[in-house]
Design a binder for this molecule. Structure first.
Ligand code: SAM
Length: 266
């Protein structure tokens, strides 16, 4: 199949098209598409990944916001029965409508960097809809997503995402693999859902505590959390009240959320 031509890129849509066949093959190798798979591709662009995905006969649902690209893709894959395209903004697209077809979607994308963080925050909460996600991201975001407690990149994004998924840093991709070249380095990460049930009451406190703690990350937890939690509750959760936001593991934040829930009389 002849490749679609690279159009003039629209910066506001984060259009940096992959032109490196080796990187394309590496990403496809990670997702290992099977003919029985249901795959969502976010931002297919000129079809660098899509061309290989459709060949595997997996059912491909692509979501592309750019009207011109969407039109070209529909024409390009007109004879491919296992390909469907939604000309939609992924940030407004109701992924729940795809649940009746599968609850083990593989989601793949060379993501537009401007929406990657809020998109991932949302996708991890929908973890009962997918079995795996493979994304190309800005390297700095990939580092934050995979950072562990104590690391420089560890923050709210690391904690909220790693609470829902195992996330692994796969490989880096240089700017030269794209047209036009982005100003930043890129990296590919893999997400696998953590399938344990969560208590929604604890979730509310978990989120509040993490948000408050990182809002003033240089302060001790006693100070940063004082509007929500008395320091003896921090001690009851067996956490040093003098520690700071980046010192606590996800399990410690969960313990703190549970003790807060108990202390606040629910
Ligand atoms: N997958 C192609 C590749 O690897 O060459 C294109 C990747 S490019 C980094 C990001 C793609 O996402 C573009 O095609 C862009 O038009 C599309 N896009 C940007 N914002 C989007 C949104 N909100 N919803 C859906 N697609 C979007």
């Amino acid at each position: 199949m002849k490749r679609l031509a690279i159009p003039r890129a629209k910066k506001r849509l984060g259009q940096n098209f992959l032109i490196d066949d080796y990187v394309v093959a590496q990403i496809i190798q990670l997702i290992k598409p099977q003919h029985t798979d249901h795959i969502i591709e976010i931002g297919p662009g000129t079809g660098a990944l899509t061309d290989l995905l459709v060949r595997t006969k997996a059912a491909i649902t692509a979501i592309e916001v750019d009207r011109d690209l969407a039109r070209s893709l529909v024409e390009h894959y007109a004879d491919i029965p296992n390909f469907e395209l939604h000309n939609s903004d992924i940030m407004n697209f109701d992924l729940e409508i795809l649940r009746e077809r599968s609850t083990a979607w593989k989601i793949i994308g060379n993501l537009p960097y401007n929406i990657a963080t809020p998109l991932i925050m949302n996708l991890v909460t929908l973890r009962s809809l997918w079995s795996e996600m493979i994304f190309m991201l800005q390297k700095e975001v990939a580092l934050r997503l995979t950072a562990k407690a104590g690391a420089r990149s560890y923050g709210r994004l690391s904690i909220m995402a790693q609470r829902q998924a195992h996330i692994s840093y796969k490989f880096e991709v240089s700017a030269a693999s794209f047209c036009p070249q982005p100003k930043v380095q890129s990296a590919v990460v893999r997400f696998q859902p953590i399938n344990n049930t969560k208590n929604p009451e604890i979730d509310v406190y978990f989120e509040k505590i993490v948000r408050l703690a990182f809002a003033t990350r240089r302060k001790t937890l006693t100070n940063s959390l004082k509007s929500l939690i008395p320091s003896d509750v921090i001690k009851q959760a067996e956490i040093d009240p003098k520690s700071r936001a980046e010192d606590l593991t996800i399990t410690e934040y969960e313990r703190l959320a549970l003790k807060t829930l108990e202390a606040l009389g629910h």
